[in-house]
Write a protein that binds this ligand. Structure first.
Ligand code: ZN
Length: 418
């Protein structure tokens, strides 16, 4: 990689507008599927950099294409949406935005997951690669997706016109800010983010008076037995070398202490790292629910509804090895291995739709000095607000520089002229 010094000098030219843009995006967050302002800024900048810009893909999705002769096609992706969280980070550019959500409720909005940083880094990389186009050849695709938080933004772009607009990429990349020292970039081959599935289960009993249980079928007891029995799925059915999480996050039944209700509803969340384990766990849930309903003499079949589903993020081993080597070359000891994360992402829906290998890495966003002091005091896990926390606030630098350079380095690993 002979372009490292070029990137290092070029980054100074984008840094000043990136920092202003980041603060602007941070104080103007938009909920999933409503990223109109952000998408407008993205499209305007890409156009100014000389990209062929396509807007309105899957709602507010934006694609910028830079065709630069024969060569590989590289796709770089950022997500744009924010969360219904009241920001309490204390930064001067903190969000005070509120909006009305789809249920008609007034909600606060904040970039509590750092997607504003992802947009800023990708726009910076887009300019650096456009300005340095004589250093590389091929096609660069920059993709800004809506609605990562709801798990359907990437799929929405695929189901719309994405594959008509974009040639099949040879490789695809995405990144996410994480609580780790800012300036660090972490890679991981293989499954890196879990698949996530939420399931709503409704079970039926026969309602009646609390003083006459013999005349009823109690769905509260039935649901309780299901909750207990489900604890055996991960501990007894998933191999000890595999990992899965099964949480019953919500359980609702009844209205009053002396009324046995007609039904109970459970909401479950499942996290897995392989498609096989994913289907095994979902099958086990259905089997246990059906068996407990039979055991209680339930008068009606249970109902299952899957929602908030995220695909597995499974980094291609060869691609990730190439990226990790390029990062080690560029970042030195700031290029680190990253463990599996239990979070989930819908990025992989894009490369999967094309049959393209991909790698997804993490970028640290915590003040490195604070991090060092916390490590010295043994308090890392308590000292830093994690993504989705109201107090989550990445330090702008060196987070922004590292995220921008990481995208450029990865892209040039495939595109640079030899
Ligand atoms: Zn996120």
């Amino acid at each position: 990689m002979g372009r490292v010094s070029d990137i290092a000098s070029g980054i100074a030219a984008v840094r000043s507008w990136q920092e202003d843009l980041y603060r602007d995006l941070h104080s103007h967050p938009e909920l999933s599927h409503r990223e109109q302002r952000t998408a407008g800024i993205v499209a305007h900048r890409l156009d100014a950099f000389g990209y062929d810009v396509h807007t309105g893909i899957g709602g507010t999705g934006v694609v910028g294409l830079l065709r630069n002769g024969d060569g590989p096609t590289v796709l770089l992706r950022a997500d744009m949406d924010a969360l219904p969280v009241r920001e309490a980070s204390g930064v001067p550019y903190a969000s005070t935005v509120t909006t009305t959500n789809s249920a008609g409720q007034e909600v606060p909005v904040a970039h509590a997951c750092g997607h504003d940083m992802h947009v800023t880094c990708l726009l910076g990389a887009a300019q650096l690669l456009a300005d340095g186009a004589d250093e590389w050849q091929g096609t660069l695709v920059t993709l800004f997706q809506p609605a990562e938080k709801t798990g359907d933004g990437a799929r929405g772009m695929v189901d719309d016109s994405l594959r008509d607009v974009v040639p099949k990429p040879d490789v695809a990349f995405a990144q996410h800010v994480l609580p780790a020292p800012a300036g660090h970039v972490g890679t991981h081959a293989g499954p890196v983010l879990s698949a996530a599935d939420s399931m709503r289960v409704t079970v039926y009993g026969r309602g009646g008076h609390g003083s006459m249980p013999q005349a009823t079928i109690d769905p509260v007891l039935l649901a309780s037995m299901i909750v207990v029995r489900l604890q055996g799925v991960v501990s007894r059915e998933v191999a000890p070398t595999e990992t899965a999480v099964l949480t019953v996050g919500s359980l609702h039944a009844g209205t009053k202490s002396n009324i046995i209700p007609e039904s109970a509803t459970l909401e479950l969340n499942v996290r897995t790292y392989s498609e096989q384990t994913r289907s095994d766990v979902l099958d086990a849930i259905r089997r246990i629910v059906a068996a407990e309903c039979a055991a209680s003499g339930s008068p009606r079949d249970p109902e299952f509804e899957l929602f908030d589903r995220f695909p597995l993020t499974d980094n291609d081993a060869d691609t990730t090895a190439r990226v990790a080597a390029a990062f080690a070359d560029h970042f030195g000891d700031r290029a680190v291995p990253m463990g599996r994360q239990t979070a989930s992402e819908d990025f992989s829906d894009v490369p999967t739709a094309f049959g393209t290998p991909y790698s997804y890495w993490g970028i640290g966003c915590t003040d490195p000095d604070l991090w060092q002091r916390a490590v010295a005091a043994g308090r890392v896990s308590q000292d830093f607000p994690v993504n989705h926390s109201p107090a989550f606030a990445p330090v702008i630098q060196p987070t922004c520089d590292a995220g921008t350079e990481a995208l450029v380095v990865a892209a040039l690993t495939w595109l640079a002229r030899s």
